[in-house]
Design a binder for this molecule. Structure first.
Ligand code: ZN
Length: 294
């Protein structure tokens, strides 16, 4: 009996320690989609009140919003509910009007025209601050005519780029900018789709000073008990100013999982020195877009 009481006490202490170690500060969700199937002009399963409640209860104070089509981002940017929830919207122009655009945007001139029209139009939360997310399933398409024009536009207008691409495509996209990538603010979605080794990520970070890594779905990031794997902990500590977190709500299931996703981040952020955790959770995104913590 005494033994069982002792075991129970120990369990409570351990549980308490685990909770206490989680990161508890603000989060900047740097990879968020508010797609048509989520809100559907408010008739979908996740109207603005729903997604904003999820952000609020998870301490998400700012988001990079990009949506297929762009109406979703504009709805969030304009909603009084967004202001009431204390969420700052940083809008990006999504390159997709529908699913067919995923495989064709890099050579489709009508996408370029759509981007220019959106940039001219802006949102209720201010001008668009970036382009993306876009995908390249074949890295060679980074050299498509519209992909080239968009990288030039991004650097000239100082728009950030959110790209779901492999490591080879990072080099190709960067090569298509006037500065050879030295002045392009590229947020690498998932820090590489195929999970390039930390050494390769390190090499690209060293080569491109404004390259940032977003960490949703990142293979190899977390190990036992949702804590950071040693190689990744080392990389985050080497580049504390180059990583951001994101939900990647690309399907409605990710909205359903939003609490768990954010809690997962808080758990491994707790493995890091508090100042580093705060940078990755909030400062890096906030600094990139001049968002002030409210
Ligand atoms: Zn995404």
């Amino acid at each position: 009996m005494r033994q069982r009481a002792f075991a129970l006490a120990l369990l409570l202490v351990l549980a308490g320690a685990a909770t206490a170690a989680d990161y508890s500060g603000p989060l900047f969700d740097a990879h968020l989609h508010y797609n048509v199937e989520a809100f559907d002009g408010q008739a979908g399963p996740h109207p603005p009140a729903d997604v904003l409640a999820r952000m609020k209860r998870n301490g998400v104070r700012a988001i990079v919003a990009n949506s297929r089509p762009n109406d979703g981002s504009r709805v969030l940017a304009a909603s009084p509910l967004t202001r009431a929830a204390g969420v700052t919207v940083v809008p990006f122009v999504r390159l997709y009007r529908d699913r067919a655009d995923y495989d064709n945007w890099f050579r489709d001139e009508s996408i370029y025209a759509m981007v220019l029209a959106e940039l001219a139009r802006g949102t209720a939360a201010g001008p668009y601050r970036g382009i993306g997310e876009f995908h390249l399933y074949d890295s060679a398409n980074a050299n498509g005519p519209v992909a080239r024009k968009l990288m030039l536009l991004a650097e000239q207008k100082q728009l950030a780029v959110l790209a779901h691409v492999d490591d080879a495509a990072i080099d190709l996209l960067m090569a298509n900018t006037p500065s050879q990538g030295r002045q392009l603010r590229l947020i690498w979605a998932h820090t590489g789709i195929g999970g390039p080794a930390p050494a390769r990520v390190d090499q690209l970070f060293a080569r491109y000073p404004l390259l940032m890594g977003e960490l949703s779905y990142r293979p190899g990031l977390t190990c036992e008990g949702g804590k950071l794997c040693p190689e990744w902990r080392e990389l985050l500590l080497k580049y504390p100013e180059r990583f951001v977190i994101g939900s990647d709500t690309w399907v409605n299931q990710r909205w359903a999982d939003y609490d768990r996703l954010m809690q997962g981040y808080r758990a491994w952020l707790g493995d890091l020195p508090p100042a580093v955790a705060h940078r990755i959770a909030w400062d890096n995104g906030a600094r990139l877009f001049g968002v002030v913590e409210k």
